[in-house]
Design a protein around this ligand. Structure first.
Ligand code: XMP
Length: 517
């Protein structure tokens, strides 16, 4: 694996991670480096080739991101995408300027079939463009290998440096042969061998964990979510009972969640799992609190306090296991690169108290979410868990508008279970074909009048939320079939005593958010 890898230099494009995912889908390991990286770090990583990403800047701007100094001297084959191509061409004396009208969307290009980049592809291709600048003049020695009616240099090559550049985006699905173009670069031009596969990753990771941890012990907070579940199962498969897991039952989980976690990990996978019943502490701390941010802070802090206390009770723990993923650790480049580049750091167990000196074991920190799911299935975790929808850390506390009480938690849990059951069954029966992101119930702070039998009721209100999304950053409400909405509403009102009205949320994000708080 180590000999077959690619470095991707990020110039701030929205699709840099997509490039990395495509490369890995093709069986080649890659890592993303910010454009501010020192070339020594790239040399140390020892990639077989380099891909330069796109980016929102213009090469002519004073503070636009530059290529890492000395990168071209490494004499590695390079593929420049959009801004990456413009930067390389510009650095070799070419002219890059704004186009009269920015080009976004589908475009038809004609390629040079003799170029290896387009090997085994028809000469006319549909590609996806997204640029305000383009190359207007090519330096000596460069050749054009594709053009369109508006873009004379849609793809270029410079053989002395083994450079290929494309003005379009081969990483997006709208470029119909994008994957083949990337595969031609990796296998025909660079001569790589596909060698990145989950089976060898799993073996490598197990060995690494054993090496890192030795005979010591690891502690880990298991939430029952995909990331911590896969990480814990992987660590357990490497070092068995040297791993101890803690599940903090906050009382803010969904119906039967604690029992399901216990059943799966303790009874089936035989993990050393401690379930800490902290329900009363969480309910006490949330008493009378209605402000969403305050709820988040209270839940987050109490969780850490309880986890830290439990950790102290254990002797001789040196390591902390975490389900950190690659998108959480990759440095993100700001639109203009340079010093404002920030490192996103997200840890499943937020800021631990300073007196806890653990070393981290993060076996998933090189993986994307879809890779983690494949790994989870390989480790034998049930598909139901792997396909689980995201669930926010503060749990039902931010889905109960107004005060969080045990009774209101119980109402919401029952209604939410019905929403999930009905929607999941409809997915199985293919009554819903959309790519759903989340589907759940929210308890509103609104009472309304109803009639049941001969009597009037004055009950609570449930809002049903069902959205589709790719990453949770934007989301669309789903136009669920009336029959499904009808079943959900009937069942909630009939089966959950205390609810007399069900409404459906038809707001998208933005301007609304997915959660109500
Ligand atoms: P919003 O409501 O901001 O949610 O549109 C976007 C995604 O983030 C999840 N979410 C959270 N996850 N802690 C979490 O771990 C939180 O406080 C939190 N708030 C929102 C939400 O479920 C959705 O998937």
């Amino acid at each position: 694996m180590n000999d077959n890898k690619i470095a991707i230099i990020d110039f701030g494009s929205q699709t840099t991670q997509l490039i990395a995912r495509r490369v890995r889908e093709l069986g080649v390991y890659c890592e993303i480096f910010p454009c501010t990286v020192l070339v020594d770090a790239i040399e140390k990583f020892a990639p077989k080739a380099v891909i330069l990403s796109g980016g929102p800047a213009s090469v002519g701007q004073k503070f636009s991101p530059k290529m890492p100094t000395g990168l071209t001297d490494l004499n590695k084959p390079m593929l420049g995408i959009c801004y990456g191509m413009q930067l390389f061409v510009n650095a070799h004396g070419g002219q890059v300027d704004a186009v009269e009208s920015r080009e976004f969307g589908r475009a038809e290009i004609t390629t040079d079939p003799a170029s290896l980049l387009f090997k085994n592809l028809p000469p006319d291709l549909t590609v996806w463009m997204s640029h305000g600048d383009q190359v207007h003049h090519l330096p000596d020695g460069f050749e054009t290998i594709a053009q369109s009616s508006t873009c004379p240099y849609a793809a270029v090559a410079y053989s002395p440096k083994q450079f290929f550049g494309v003005q379009f985006h081969p990483e997006v699905v709208h470029t119909s042969d994008g994957k083949k173009i990337l595969s031609n670069f990796l296998f025909e031009i660079v001569g790589l061998l596909p060698s990145w596969e989950m089976k060898s990753f799993l073996q490598d990771q197990k060995e690494q964990i054993r090496k890192q941890v030795g005979k010591n012990k690891i502690l880990m907070a298991l939430s029952g979510g995909v990331d911590s579940s896969v990480a814990a199962t992987l660590i357990h498969s490497a070092i068995g009972d040297q791993l101890t897991c803690i599940y903090v039952d906050t009382g803010l989980g969904r119906l039967n969640e604690a029992e399901e976690v216990e059943n799966l990990f303790k009874d089936q996978f035989h993990l050393d799992l401690n379930i800490v019943d902290a329900k009363a502490q969480f309910y006490d701390a949330l008493l009378g609190v209605t402000d969403p941010e305050q709820k988040r802070k209270i839940v987050g802090k109490l969780f850490i306090d309880i986890f830290a206390l439990e950790a102290k009770k254990k002797n001789q723990i040196q390591f902390l296991g975490q389900g950190t993923l690659y998108p959480d650790v990759v440095e993100s480049v700001s639109a203009h690169g340079g010093p404002s580049a920030v490192i996103k750091s997200h840890h499943n167990v937020g800021g631990l108290p300073e007196d806890m000196h653990f070393q981290l074991v993060e076996p998933l920190r090189e993986l994307f979410k879809d890779e983690v799911k494949i790994l989870g299935l390989m480790l034998g975790l049930p598909k139901k868990l792997i396909d689980r929808q995201p669930f926010p850390g503060p749990g039902l506390a931010i889905r109960i508008l107004g005060e969080v009480t045990p009774a209101r938690c119980q109402l919401l849990r029952k209604a939410d279970a019905i929403v999930r059951e009905e929607i999941e069954e409809a997915i199985l029966k293919e009554e819903i074909t959309k790519n759903l992101w989340q589907w759940f119930a929210v308890l509103l702070p609104v009472r309304s009048v109803g009639v049941m039998g001969d009597g009037r009721t004055y009950g609570e209100t449930i809002a049903v939320r069902c959205v589709e999304s790719i990453d949770g950053m934007t989301a669309d409400w789903v136009d669920l079939p009336k029959s499904i909405l009808g079943r959900i509403s009937n069942r909630i009102i009939n089966e959950v005593r205390g609810i007399s009205r069900v409404v459906y949320d038809i707001s998208s994000k933005p301007p609304s958010t997915i959660e109500w708080e």
